[in-house]
Design a protein. Structure first.
Length: 104
């Protein structure tokens, strides 16, 4: 299965860190979900190397994880656009950072 990623693990980590700093968990939850789905996919790939395992089961789980990851990446793209994140640095926009700080 070909796995393409719109966001690198480093970019996902940046979104998670921004969310932690500014107490805005929603984009970070999406980023964490993408990372978790990548882990599920990778685990299933390792299961496929074990001849005693039913390959059909692990192929199906891997396929579903890949599809779910694509959906969550679409969601991340939309969130970043809606909230106007800096796409080059993946920095939370100043207005949103300010709002989060004011609510503390």
């Amino acid at each position: 299965m070909d796995v393409s990623h719109r966001f690198t693990n480093e970019q996902l980590e940046k979104v998670i860190n921004e969310g932690m700093i500014y107490m805005c968990a929603c984009p970070a939850q999406v980023a964490q979900s993408i990372r978790s789905l990548r882990e599920v996919y990778a685990y299933q790939q390792s299961c496929l190397t074990e001849p005693k395992n039913d390959a059909r089961v692990h192929q199906e789980i891997a396929r579903a994880a890949q599809m779910a990851q694509s959906v969550m990446e679409d969601c991340m793209d939309k969130i970043l656009d809606l909230e106007k994140w800096d796409r080059a640095t993946l920095t939370m926009p100043a207005a949103l950072r300010k709002r989060q700080v004011e609510e503390i």
